[in-house]
Design a protein. Structure first.
Length: 365
């Protein structure tokens, strides 16, 4: 399906002409309704962490090797037993049908075609079973532990039965961060869209309110502890990652609670403004997890060279969120495919230019 504001043939040509994620961002900004665009782009308060996420990657220089035969190179890696062609996945982003009518299904199809994991947000505007049916590729799911633990467990079991391959439980959201743009816009879940995976008979829906906290406060719980992660890990045999880690001691606690992965993240700068950029804390957190758990990182990754930097600092894979939304807004499934292809192509070129042939050699730079 074409973008709501551009005809199909026009969008296909526009997407094909994009040479960077920044180009896709420009297209998406034209296509996505303003309140939704502000929701996607905003960070908490003064957006200092949001800005730092991108800027800090650039501070890490890549000391390339010369005179290396890089004619045979590959970005392939293994994540939780599944081989993927590039250490890249789609991070969970909420309410994707605000960006494009095909929403999460378009993202799932694009990721599946690329052989890359998609992590579905529990704040999806499409039922998880419908998203699972859209792709035979690796599908993960992000989960908030709500006040109703029984409902959270039933959601895990439902996703498990649908074939979700891993769960990312968010640990950085005991309450919702304040995003000024959403407050000014009176953000609410748009008419005609539903947070479908979290609805239950007699339960809250929260499709109105001021800002994200007013709209969706019922989806989270400020009493969470590591015991809740331990309980969740016991509800499934699938790998569980803890998403939102910024400290080595929390990485240690996550692993001790049964997590098989730690996800270094500050929620895209949307929770605590003043939190460190993920690039700055990745190395110490990855060192704590090394040999014990997989390490995923997100936050400000905009080029294939950022993936090289992340792996050199200890990550096993990199997740991108807003670039997926840019592709989705710019051209639906086609735009998401373009975003993923850009990053993968840039990464493989960066391998050659850095004088390395695979992910293992990156870590030895």
């Amino acid at each position: 399906m074409a973008s709501p504001r551009f005809p199909g043939a026009d969008i296909a040509a526009r997407v094909a002409a994009c040479v960077s994620l920044a180009d896709l961002r420009s297209l998406a900004e034209q296509a996505i309704e303003r309140t939704a665009w502000d929701y996607y782009r905003s960070g908490a308060w003064d957006e200092a962490t949001l800005a730092a996420n991108e800027e800090r990657w650039r501070r890490f220089e890549i000391h390339y090797r010369g005179m290396v035969d890089v004619s045979q190179r590959s970005g392939r890696t293994v994540l939780f037993g599944r081989e993927i062609p590039c250490p890249l996945l789609a991070a969970p982003t909420a309410m994707q049908r605000m960006a494009h009518p095909d929403g999460e299904c378009a993202t799932a199809r694009a990721c599946g075609a690329a052989g890359l994991p998609m992590c579905l947000s529990s704040l999806s505007t499409t039922a998880l079973e419908e998203v699972r049916a859209a792709t035979d590729g690796p599908l993960w799911m992000q989960v908030y532990i709500s006040k109703d633990r029984g409902f959270t467990r039933s959601l895990i079991e439902r996703a498990d039965a649908a074939g979700v391959e891993a769960f990312a439980v968010t640990c950085d959201t005991p309450v919702w961060g304040v995003r000024d743009r959403d407050m000014r816009n009176g953000f609410r879940v748009p008419d005609g869209l539903r947070i479908v995976n979290l609805e239950r008979p007699g339960g809250p829906t929260g499709h109105a309110g001021v800002g994200i906290g007013g709209a969706l406060s019922w989806t989270i719980d400020d009493t969470l502890t590591w015991r809740d992660v331990e309980a969740l890990a016991g509800w499934t045999k699938r790998p569980v990652l803890v998403k939102g880690i910024c400290r080595p001691d929390d990485a240690r606690a996550a692993i001790g609670s049964g997590a098989r992965g730690v996800w270094i993240s500050n929620h895209g700068g949307r929770q605590l403004d003043g939190a460190p950029a993920t690039a700055d804390v990745l190395g110490a957190c990855a060192a704590e997890a090394r040999g014990r758990a997989a390490v995923v990182v997100d936050g400000g990754v905009r080029r294939g060279t950022d993936i090289v930097r992340a792996l050199a600092l200890g990550a096993d894979a990199v997740a991108v969120g807003r670039p997926i939304l840019w592709g989705l807004g710019a051209g639906g499934e086609l735009g998401v495919r373009r975003a993923l292809d850009m990053l993968r192509t840039e990464f493989e070129l960066a391998l050659a230019l850095a004088g390395v042939r695979n992910c293992d050699e990156i870590r030895a730079l």
